[in-house]
Design a protein around this ligand. Structure first.
Ligand SMILES: *[C@@H]1O[C@H](CO)[C@@H](O)[C@H](O)[C@H]1NC(C)=O
Ligand SMILES: *[C@@H]1O[C@H](CO)[C@@H](O)[C@H](O)[C@H]1NC(C)=O
Ligand SMILES: *[C@@H]1O[C@H](CO)[C@@H](O)[C@H](O)[C@H]1NC(C)=O
Ligand SMILES: *[C@@H]1O[C@H](CO)[C@@H](O)[C@H](O)[C@H]1NC(C)=O
Ligand SMILES: *[C@@H]1O[C@H](CO)[C@@H](O)[C@H](O)[C@H]1NC(C)=O
Ligand SMILES: *[C@@H]1O[C@H](CO)[C@@H](O)[C@H](O)[C@H]1NC(C)=O
Ligand SMILES: *[C@@H]1O[C@H](CO)[C@@H](O)[C@H](O)[C@H]1NC(C)=O
Ligand SMILES: [Zn+2]
Length: 788
């Protein structure tokens, strides 16, 4: 239903666009009048000239009027950009005092922020649009031309929507998974006394390894695949703190995201409504606690937890009525919380020490003395055996070395210390509580909203969904143009490096080498449009049209299997990002930038004039490129290895310039957040923003030199293209913020949007020139900072 309303909305937009087109003659009249005024005056001066001359003047005037016409861009894109700018801008504001208000002053009024968004920007709005398109694709009936995975994604969506089927099949499905993990249907502690629980046997290692294998869920032991810190051409396994994984890894690799920098701010949402669904607050209090992580871990609310236990037990065992069992539930909750508190905490991961290599035997030896009572049994070997039981060829051999930080080795030791000393029934309660609520929460969360089901499918079968919205014409028409834009921007960056007077020849050379070697992944992986390759990618995945929970777990296991197998392969061309994400990344340890198709849309691209495109997407490209040379990215060389490639003297000069930016941004007070921006925290982003726009600006100048001047934007006839470029740059940062999330703005690595605009432009003499800002005005301070 909701979709149809929105479909109408789109149709209305088309209508509006057609109406614009009929406005064209009006625009022409305006042009005519203004050109006439000039010519009429000339004509008046020349009144004494002979009639023939007068006549030819008229002919000239008509000719000039006609050529003037072609100088105004009347394409759909230009009209859209012009209308949107006009709508969003506050022309009352002084561009030289507050350019953000000048460009974005009326944005919030025209783009109401939905209540569930704490912050709402072009990025959020466009992401919402993409999710809506995905939903429309998933709702469409399966056609014969759909590749199998696309049809499967549609089935998965249907199954998710059916509440009746969830109710019908849900609890038996959860029961069978619990059995598969070696867990009972109710926690053993529920029926046993403390003493008899001591005698109970529970193979926790096998249980948590099976859970890891099937769901990718870290329980007690965390598992990960990392790039070898000494040889970037291979990966290693690691065991660590039990961070909750992202559930899903897209498409198979995850680790490089940790070392990636994103362009936009991560979504800021009002907490209560953003975390999954509201229901999960009740259903899985213990999970929430884990998710929230380090700080408030000890503050598990046992009353809530007891309620959750009752609900989860009833959901799995419809024959049990927990209404008279409050006391028992409280005991379960107390003991669960107690166990959770006894587990060692994550060690400060801020500055982790160099990892070391351990064979599984050495690791066992390193943690053995923690085992109580002092009788060794294999822990890590057994964990890995079970984890890789279904993939013997991917299983690490005996002499395979794991990559372990000293902190993680210490963590595992403490973990064994605790776990080997606890009654098995208590460990079982902990594992049971975590995994049962994970499953129950997913199956019975009432997430029947189309939007939520679309997101589940999108997460699980991202490439099949991307197939449905990917467009061949993008590859033929748009991608080459974006690549050209990137080439222009890279050329300007290189030129800027050569122009610096603070870098020595060696560091300059290494920078040019790095910029040249930087890979770019633009749009989406091309192979997904090849039906056969897409089918191969999803080969072996079985999806049912009725069983939602099974689909979810099957797809999780499918992705997880791919991930477990991937550790032996190293492929730099792999996409880490979802093509449907409105953002862009620099992946430091691969020296690659990733520009998904989702950000190659209005108002970042297709703006009608390249002046506008360079100001928006061009700046995003420049931003990502420059990240490779910011205070963090500069630690990585052209291969993506962490290596020192800067000479000491150049580094000193670099730091001096970075210091200037740090002080500049630290001086911005954000009234909504009642705090100053942290110039240290945001330094990398600010370096990228400042470099990015300068590169885009210069690249556009070079573009005009090559291609000649562009037509003017209707309604902006007296604006230069340079002014338009800056307006387009400002426009992409327009947003509206709710007071509730304002304080989070200064905790992000990105400066708040407004200051991203003000900070960059007040450092650019080109901006002040374009808008004729007097020296000393807010946007044209005497002191300007510049790294790149
Ligand atoms: C999908 O198929 C069903 C039954 O075959 C039909 O009733 C429905 O109208 C179709 N929906 C669309 C959008 O074509
Ligand atoms: C444990 O207690 C529950 C609820 O009384 C009961 O349904 C279940 O069968 C018992 N389990 C065992 C193994 O006795
Ligand atoms: C949690 O449960 C309580 C009582 O069962 C209910 O009143 C409340 O609305 C629930 N909260 C959410 C967020 O679902
Ligand atoms: C086991 O660890 C101890 C130190 O804890 C070390 O002395 C010993 O050599 C190690 N043994 C093996 C086989 O690695
Ligand atoms: C550069 O600085 C580092 C760290 O301060 C120092 O270890 C190194 O010796 C210096 N190199 C040169 C060539 O001065
Ligand atoms: C600013 O951020 C840095 C780096 O994250 C941090 O060390 C520092 O404590 C922060 N300063 C303030 C005032 O919050
Ligand atoms: C363009 O003209 C309008 C109206 O004459 C004026 O208000 C505006 O400041 C001008 N803009 C620029 C950038 O010169
Ligand atoms: Zn960034």
């Amino acid at each position: 239903m909701a979709t149809q309303v929105e479909d109408k909305f789109m149709a209305m937009n088309v209508e509006a666009a057609t109406r614009f087109r009929t406005f064209q003659p009006t625009a022409m009249t305006i042009t005519k009048e203004s050109s006439c005024r000039i010519f009429c005056r000339r004509f008046f001066i020349c009144i004494l000239l002979v009639a023939v001359v007068a006549l030819s003047s008229i002919v000239y005037a008509v000719y000039s009027y006609a050529s003037n016409l072609s100088d105004v861009c009347h394409t759909k894109e230009c009209l859209r950009s012009a209308a949107a700018f006009k709508q969003n801008m506050n022309l009352q504001a002084d561009p030289c005092e507050d350019f953000y208000s000048y460009v974005c002053g009326n944005w919030a009024d025209d783009h109401p922020r939905p209540a569930r968004h704490g912050a709402y920007s072009w990025y959020d709005e466009r992401q919402t649009k993409i999710y809506r398109n995905i939903r429309i694709q998933l709702e469409a009936n399966v056609t014969r031309s759909d590749p199998k995975p696309v049809a499967q994604a549609k089935s998965m969506y249907k199954a998710c929507l059916s509440e009746a089927n969830r109710e019908r099949y849900g609890f038996t499905a959860v029961q069978s998974y619990l059995k598969e993990f070696g867990l009972p249907l109710t926690p053993t502690l529920l029926n046993r006394t403390k003493t008899s629980a001591r005698k109970y046997k529970f193979d926790w290692i096998s249980s948590v390894a099976k859970i890891q294998r099937k769901l990718g869920l870290n329980v007690i032991v965390g598992f990960n695949i990392e790039q070898d810190h000494q040889d970037k051409n291979r990966n290693r396994l690691t065991l660590e703190y039990h961070y909750r994984p992202d559930e899903l890894r897209f498409p198979a690799y995850e680790w490089s995201k940790l070392k990636a920098k994103a362009h936009g701010r991560r979504p800021v949402a009002v907490r209560s409504s953003s975390q999954d669904t509201d229901e999960s607050d009740n259903e899985s209090a213990e999970e929430e606690e884990e998710k929230d992580g380090e700080d408030d871990e000890d503050e598990i609310d046992t009353t809530e937890l007891a309620e959750s236990f009752a609900r989860v037990i009833e959901a799995i065992n419809p024959s049990i009525d927990t209404s008279g069992m409050d006391e028992k539930m409280n005991v379960l909750a107390e003991r669960f919380a107690e166990f959770h508190r006894s587990l060692p905490k994550p060690l400060n991961s801020e500055d982790e020490s160099e990892p070391e290599y351990y064979t599984v035997k050495q690791l066992q030896n390193a943690t053995d003395h923690h085992i109580k009572p002092k009788k060794s049994y294999p822990v890590w070997q057994r964990y890995l055996d079970v984890l890789f039981a279904n993939q013997p060829d991917a299983k690490p051999s005996d002499d395979e070395q794991l990559q372990m930080t000293p902190e993680n080795v210490e963590f595992l030791g403490k973990l064994i210390d605790v776990v080997s000393d606890q009654p098995p029934a208590l460990i079982e309660l902990y594992v049971w509580g975590t995994v049962a609520s994970f499953l129950v929460d997913h199956e019975f969360n009432d997430a029947t909203l189309e939007e939520e089901c679309a997101q589940v499918v999108h997460k699980l079968m991202g490439l099949a969904v991307s197939y449905a919205i990917a467009d061949k014409s993008f590859l033929e028409r748009t991608k080459p143009r974006v690549e050209q834009m990137l080439t222009d921007i890279r050329d300007e960056f290189d030129q800027m490096v050569l122009e610096t007077d603070w870098m020595d020849a060696y560091t300059k050379y290494a920078s040019l080498e790095k910029s040249k070697a930087m890979k770019s992944l633009i749009g989406f992986p091309e192979w997904i449009l090849d039906d056969q390759k897409l089918e191969e990618h999803y080969a072996g995945l079985e999806i049912s049209p009725t069983r939602h929970l099974e689909n979810w777990v099957t797809a999780l296991e499918f992705m997880n299997t791919g991930w477990l197998r991937s550790w032996k392969v190293k492929n730099n061309e792999v996409w880490d990002m979802d093509p449907t994400e409105v953002n862009a990344y620099n992946i430091f340890d691969r020296n690659a930038i990733n520009i998904p198709v989702a950000i190659i849309q209005y108002p970042f691209y297709y703006l009608g004039l390249d002046a506008l495109n360079y100001g928006a997407l061009g700046e995003v490209l420049g931003h990502e490129l420059t990240h490779g040379f910011d205070n963090a990215g500069r630690h990585y060389d052209k291969f993506g290895n962490e290596k020192r490639w800067w000479s000491n003297h150049t580094l000193q000069e670099y730091d001096k310039r970075a210091q200037c930016l740090e002080e500049q941004y630290s001086s911005y007070y954000v009234p909504e957040a009642k705090a100053f921006i942290n110039g240290t925290l945001t330094l990398g982003e600010n370096i990228a923003d400042n470099g990015g726009l300068r590169e885009a600006f210069r690249a556009y100048r070079a573009y005009v030199k090559r291609n000649g001047p562009e037509p003017v934007l209707p309604g902006f006839e007296n604006f230069s293209h340079e002014q338009l470029l800056f307006i387009s740059f400002g426009n992409q940062y327009c947003e509206s913020i709710s007071p509730a999330v304002a304080k989070y703005l200064v905790e992000d690595e990105h400066s708040p949007s407004k200051y991203r605009v003000l900070g960059v432009l007040s450092n650019m003499p080109e901006f002040s020139e374009a808008f004729q800002c007097p020296s000393g005005s807010k946007m044209n301070p005497k002191k300007k900072c510049r790294v790149w």
